[in-house]
Design a protein around this ligand. Structure first.
Ligand code: CP3
Length: 361
């Protein structure tokens, strides 16, 4: 962990709709951004992305900067998210992992025993991922909306390392956590420290918020989440609390975990489309900002159906100032960018962020 203190957020960003919503302050509109807003649904992305591993594209700051900016220009979203990936740090320290197009992260030699810990030394962001920090600095100089930095949560990154690739059942991961709790603790502790170092360096370089992706935590029974995952996610959030930027959590199928996730400490909690926002609001059990939760598949439906769903989500939120509109998961590659632009316009035109927060009740 570095001892750096982040530069204060510039005034024009501190008052942005996204950061106001993260602080649950009333505003004149509901902010909106989309997970995976940069990427394969944009023709301008295909034009400049080139072929080869996405990890090669991420290592080129000028390219990564431009790709991050593309959706901000096109959609007028209220936040940018860094073009990078959750496996960038473990790749950079030499674990041996790549990202295969259409598949996801793949490791030829999965993590299976204590000797594999040797491939997980601590991350030194300025040395191991200088290109990420250069991209962040480039972006902060260009953007007039906040930049969200991110890291993979220990569990979701562990699942790729242990399974060796995307997984349906997480059999090796679940077996390891139960068969060797000591090794699990060492692995999760190292991944927590890697996430902490990465997040701190991004904020130090100018990111205005951080999001921790525990995309696959929803595969766990709540008791297993609490026992095997929560302590490490909590450690990550605790270790970046002093930076003073909003901390967001995201996961899929986390309806049964929302109360536990809230206890890990984030100010913002992503909700997928399977849980209605009003239900999520009750489940989290403490004042937080909810982020979500349009089903990305709806964006492939006719416009009137998309409008109905957007309005239904805004209605369920009821004008609560702690709402950041988003999809329940990432933009699907076949999405028409025109539909996303329409969603942004509709949320801006009709979303209300001036209602009671109900936080004191
Ligand atoms: O949201 C954004 O646009 C920011 C950039 C971003 C990427 N990956 C770029 C990317 C972010 C935030 C991620 C995080 C990430 N990576 C997560 C957590 C978010 C989630 O989706 O739940 C996960 C699970 C990964 C692992 C990963 N990387 C997967 C499953 C894939 C898809 C593989 C495929 O090709 O379908 C990737 C590759 C990836 N990461 C792409 C992008 C734009 C697509 C590949 C490409 O364009 O070359």
């Amino acid at each position: 962990m570095t001892g750096v203190t982040a530069a204060p957020v510039p005034d024009h960003l501190a008052d942005s709709s996204y950061l106001r919503a993260c602080r649950r302050e009333p505003g004149d509109r509901v902010p909106v951004w989309f997970q995976r807003q940069a990427g394969r649904s944009l023709p301008e992305y295909h034009e400049i992305r080139g072929t080869g591993s996405i990890l090669t594209a991420i290592a080129q700051p000028d390219l990564a900067t431009e790709i991050t900016l593309q959706p901000v220009r096109r959609y007028g979203v209220d936040a940018a998210i860094l073009y990078s990936d959750i496996v960038v740090p473990v790749h950079a320290i030499g674990f041996g992992i790549d990202i295969k197009p259409g598949v996801g992260p793949v490791a030829d030699q999965p993590f299976r025993s204590a000797s594999d810990l040797e491939r997980l030394r601590p991350l030194e962001p300025e040395v191991d991922t200088p290109y990420v920090l250069e991209t962040v600095r480039n972006l902060v100089a260009e953007l007039d909306v906040p930049l969200i930095g991110f890291a993979g949560a220990p569990f979701t990154v562990a699942s790729y390392l242990i399974e060796g690739g995307p997984s349906r059942n997480y059999t090796h991961t679940k077996a390891l956590m139960r068969s060797d709790p000591t090794l699990w603790d060492d692995l999760m502790g190292r991944l927590a420290d890697i996430a902490i170092a990465s997040l701190r360096s991004q904020v130090d370089a100018g990111a205005s918020a951080v999001q921790v992706f525990d995309s696959w935590a929803g595969a766990l029974h709540p008791a297993d989440y609490q026992h095997f995952v929560m302590p490490y996610t909590t450690r990550v959030f605790d270790a970046v609390a002093d930076l003073g930027v909003p901390r967001a959590h995201f996961g899929v199928t986390t309806g049964e975990l929302l109360e536990s996730i809230a206890q890990t400490g984030p100010e913002v909690i992503g909700v997928d489309w399977r849980t209605p926002l009003d239900v999520a609001r009750r489940r989290v059990g403490r004042p937080v900002t909810l982020q979500g939760n349009l089903d990305p598949a709806i964006c492939l439906a006719p416009i009137p159906a998309v409008e109905d769903e957007v309005r239904a989500i805004l209605a369920l939120n009821g004008g609560h100032p702690g709402h950041v509109f988003n999809l329940g998961h990432g933009v699907l590659p076949e999405t028409d960018p025109g539909v996303l632009a329409h969603v942004v316009d509709l949320v801006h035109a009709e979303g209300r962020a001036d209602g009671p927060s109900g936080d004191d009740t």
